[in-house]
Write a protein that binds this ligand. Sequence first.
Ligand code: HPA
Length: 235
Amino acid sequence: MIPTPHINVSEQGVIAETVLMPGDPLRAKFIAETYLENPVQFNSVRNMFGFTGTYKGKKVSVMGSGMGMPSIGIYSYELLNFYGVKNIIRIGSCGAIQEDVKIRDIIIGMSASTTSNYASQYNLPGTYAPTASWPLMKKALTIAENKAIPVKVGNILSADIFYDDEPEVWKRWARMGVLAIEMEAAALYMNAARAGANAICILTVSDSLVSHEATSAEERQTSFTNMMEIALELA
Ligand code: HPA
């Protein structure tokens, strides 16, 4: 089944067992060029750039996921099921929906509630709870503690809709203690669970639906160093 329709790699071993996945393929390029030794590009299909290099001697890949669950669903499925990937670390941004979650805070999604019906494909007789991998979570928390980087861990919302017809619908998720909104984690967690692999989602808060503050696009591209350092150590 390789190459896959969306990843133009014909050999096993070109993609590392651990893949960092930012949403933006240009951020994947930036991470590869900034943090990895000897990065080699392995994918450019649809400009969804992917690179493999080493970080402190360990082989690691970084590839864009695109925005939304259909997109990360496709790329993570192909990585996990056709390229032997064992760990996917999503690094992304989110919108805070709690007063005490501030812009530039780091959030780790312990669980991902969702407005998507991605889970319907599994025909479960109930409601699935997409959950981060415990080994990755435990290690991420140790790394954050050792680096004295504060993180907030909890339930996040993977939404299908960015521009909601009911603009304050997020308040209902906030009442349930959900920390922030993004658009990919739930599908990633489900794909990893189904494949018997590990996934975790580490986010920086780019904007707040509560305070209406936002970080600039440039800050989103370059200033999320703490999140990237946790992710790279985790790899
Ligand atoms: N909603 C969904 N995804 C996001 C947001 C948001 O407010 N901010 C960053 N990613």
